[in-house]
Design a protein around this ligand. Structure first.
Ligand code: KG4
Ligand code: ZN
Length: 337
């Protein structure tokens, strides 16, 4: 059974996980910097990479201790090569290469979104063909997967990602960063009373959240000018209802058109309770969500995707470089090649 040590440092979390076989997670250490970035209302890339440098050795030591193994026991090193913040990615990449070189272990460069998708396989096998709804701070995509590690992007956001829209609305409502989980909690306590435009409600599988975000901002500013009170819980509820409606409608339509066996959800916004409840309720087919602990950025998901790449013999050279923005489709593994 393979033992994969994975490093994920694409944004403001330095995480190292060790995975044995398909789903025996020996550890998943996540060092979050959220308290620091919250002071600035968002992630400051320069600070993120410096803090990664400070903690990477400690996180590695803790991971090995918790897993009760040594580097000699590890079969391969998986590393997030992108997309993400270039400085943050670099720190993880250097650590991964150093370990690969010093301990003569193969290196596996993993796409961050492939990681989010394969977080689902830490719990149960994905059934193909499937449709994946990717919803994170940087991505909103519908991905058709004919088979394992085959990615066809059939729709994506034309402007803001869904998590980004949540966080920007959170800022207008004076909520702590990141606004997503707070809006999710508030939405449960509110009622849908504000009229907001349904974003890009067309026949395509693309999304657009910037108009919806602007509508929330304008509504808040106009109310302030007129001296009217906004009920934050109700506005959170209206924003979430409208945003989720379009995500869910398009996901269900695509699942039917592509005749998939199941829908899988990936990325930080897959933690959203409203999305979990409504999509499960409205979907005629099975919907898989990652466990809460593996929704937002973590190395367990990188280990899970890395394990498949290792089994398929897709390894990287030691001159692997970080790729701050690159497409998911190019990561597909074609069995015939
Ligand atoms: O996947 P992730 O950890 O980082 C990226 O790869 O972008 O996603 C972070 C995003 C943030 O925008 C955060 O607000 C959002 O996920 N998020 C949520 C919830 N939990 C995290 N958005 C809505 N509801 C949640 N419960
Ligand atoms: Zn992510």
């Amino acid at each position: 059974m393979s033992i994969i040590l994975a490093i994920e440092s694409s944004c403001d979390e330095m995480s190292i996980a060790i995975l044995k076989g398909k789903r025996e997670l020996l550890c998943n250490i996540v060092a979050s910097q959220i308290d620091t970035h919250r002071l600035f209302g968002g992630v400051v890339p320069e600070i993120a990479s410096r803090m990664h440098v400070e903690c990477v050795s400690t996180v590695l030591k803790t991971a090995l201790q918790e897993a009760k193994i040594t580097m000699e026991d590890v079969d391969a090193i998986a590393i997030t090569k992108g997309p993400g913040l270039v400085g943050s990615l670099h720190v993880g990449m250097q650590a991964a290469k150093t370990l690969a070189l010093a301990y003569h272990k193969p290196l596996i460069g993993v796409h961050h979104i492939a990681g989010h998708i394969y977080a689902n396989e830490l719990v149960e096998d994905i059934e193909y063909p499937c449709l994946c709804l990717v919803v994170s701070g940087g991505h909103s995509e519908l991905v058709y997967m004919k088979e394992a590690f085959s990615f066809e992007v059939i729709g994506q956001t034309l402007d803001d990602a869904i998590g980004e829209a949540y966080d920007k609305v959170g800022r207008v409502l004076n909520l702590p960063y990141p606004g997503g989980p707070v809006i999710d909690r508030m939405a449960k306590e509110g009622t849908h009373r504000y009229k907001l435009p349904l974003p890009l409600n067309d026949d395509s599988y693309n999304f657009s959240f910037s108009g919806l975000k602007s509508a929330v901002i304008n509504l808040t500013h106009n109310a302030a000018q007129r001296g009217e009170e906004i009920i934050p819980e109700d506005l959170a509820c209206s924003f979430q209802n409208v945003a989720l409606d379009v995500l869910i409608n398009k996901t269900i339509k695509a699942a039917s058109e592509y005749n998939v066996k199941e829908i899988i959800v990936a990325g930080g916004v897959s933690a959203n309770r409203g999305l979990r409840e409504k999509l499960t309720e409205r979907s005629p087919i099975k919907v898989l969500f990652p466990p809460m602990a593996y929704c937002t950025d973590n190395a367990a998901m990188i280990a899970s995707a890395g394990r498949i790449m290792f089994e398929k013999g897709v390894l990287s050279e030691l001159d692997l470089s970080v790729k701050p923005s690159f497409d998911l489709e190019g990561e597909s593994i074609h069995e015939s090649n």
